[in-house]
Design a protein around this ligand. Structure first.
Ligand code: AMP
Length: 116
C-alpha cells in the first residue's frame, strides 16, 4: 500500500466509497464525479501507478486478466445490458489524475466517439 494513495485507502476501507464489487484482487466502486448514469472504477488492490507500470510478469498478466474477466459480471450487476465503455487514462497526455491503475466502467447512456 502507498501511504498517500487515495485508491489504496479506499481498497483498505480507510476512506469510504460506494463499493459495488470486491474480491481478493480487485475493488470496484462508484466514481465521485460520474460522467454517465453508471460510472464505476475498477482497481487492483495492489498499488500499480498506471497501465504503463504493468510488468510482463505472470502476476501482472494474471491480475489484468482477472480484471478484464470480471468486467462483464460487474457490468451485468449494474444493469448495463445495452453495453458500456471501459477506459483507462494513462499518464499526462491520457489525462490520468489518480496515480493508481483504474479502469472506468461507464454506461447507462449512449456514448460518443471519438473521445477526448
Ligand atoms: P482519472 O482522471 O482517469 O485518473 O480518474 C480518476 C477518477 O477518480 C475521476 O473520475 C474522479 O472523479 C475519481 N475519484 C477521485 N477520488 C475519488 C474518490 N474518493 N471516490 C471515488 N472516485 C474518486
Amino acid at each position: 500500500m502507498e501511504r498517500e494513495c487515495i485508491f489504496c485507502k479506499i481498497a483498505d476501507k480507510e476512506i469510504p466509497a460506494d463499493i459495488v464489487y470486491e474480491d481478493e484482487e480487485i475493488v470496484c466502486f462508484r466514481d465521485l464525479a460520474p460522467q454517465a448514469p453508471v460510472h464505476v472504477l475498477i482497481i487492483p488492490r495492489e498499488h500499480i501507478a498506471s497501465l504503463d507500470d504493468i510488468a510482463d510478469s505472470a502476476a501482472h498478466v494474471g491480475l489484468l486478466g482477472h480484471m478484464m474477466a470480471k468486467v462483464k459480471e460487474v457490468a451485468a450487476g449494474l444493469g448495463l445490458s445495452n453495453g458500456y465503455r471501459l477506459v483507462s487514462n494513462c499518464g499526462k497526455d491520457g489525462l490520468q489524475t489518480v496515480g493508481h491503475l483504474h479502469f472506468h466502467l461507464i454506461g447507462g447512456r449512449g456514448m460518443g466517439w471519438p473521445p477526448g
